[in-house]
Design a protein around this ligand. Structure first.
Ligand code: COA
Length: 192
């Protein structure tokens, strides 16, 4: 795995995140690209991203060496229940699913994880590095006990990544676009 530096996003990273979301969006990829590299199904408005970024909720991965040295190559966006009120999809995930069985104050939701499409098959380990930083350097300093995310069963890369990291299926449901989604959860901080 190439050496990566993970840090909190700045306001200057937000337009880059939006561009990266668009190039990773399912509607721009062929079926083969989706199968090989995954895809995102939600575009988040800059207002939402700027607001959660103000609370240091977005991580950026940069390569420590080589052609992309210092440039952002991947991101991980998180939100808590409060942040989720500003986005209809994530608000619904909290109200319809998470809050029914868990103390929402102890829950962090992963809105999205992605890397740049240029590195699709060349640089592996970006997703793992972002999550490792979240688990080791962010979560221990918070009151969060559970991390949730939703994945599409049609996104094998994301399913594999989250399975390997120890996420477990909580339930299956249809999202607002009638796509089948799987809600995953990992207990990360038993003391919280
Ligand atoms: C999801 C994403 C961030 C993962 O980044 P990454 O650098 O590939 O992540 P990692 O290499 O750490 O882990 C990916 C895992 O999927 C596996 N994988 C890759 N292609 C696969 C495929 N077609 N089928 C099954 N597993 C696959 C990898 O082997 C790796 O598992 P392993 O390390 O146990 O071998 C990246 O693929 C991406 O940006 N995809 C587009 C956006 C997306 O789908 N995001 C998730 C939904 S929000």
């Amino acid at each position: 795995m190439k050496k990566m530096i993970i840090s909190a996003a700045t306001q200057y990273d937000i337009p880059w995140i939006i561009d990266t979301q668009i190039t990773n969006h399912g509607s721009y990829l062929t079926a083969q690209e989706k199968e090989e590299s995954g895809f995102v199904s939600v575009l988040t408005p800059s207002l939402f991203l700027n607001k959660i970024n103000h609370n240091k909720k977005i991580l950026i991965a940069r390569l420590a060496e080589g052609e992309y040295q210092g440039k952002p190559i991947g991101y991980l966006i998180t939100c808590n229940e409060n942040d989720a009120q500003d986005h209809p999809f994530f608000k619904k995930v909290f109200s319809d699913f998470i809050k029914k069985d868990f103390d929402a104050h102890r829950c962090l939701f992963i809105v999205q994880i992605a890397k740049i499409t240029e590195l699709r098959s060349r640089t592996k380990g970006v997703g793992t590095a972002l999550y490792e930083h979240l688990f080791e350097s962010v979560i221990p300093f918070t009151a969060h006990r559970y991390v949730f995310t939703e994945v599409s069963p049609k996104n094998p890369v994301s399913v594999k990544l989250h399975e390997r990291l120890g996420f477990e299926e909580v339930k299956r449901y249809k999202d607002v676009f009638d796509n089948q989604m799987i809600l995953l959860m990992k207990e990360v901080n038993k003391k919280a």
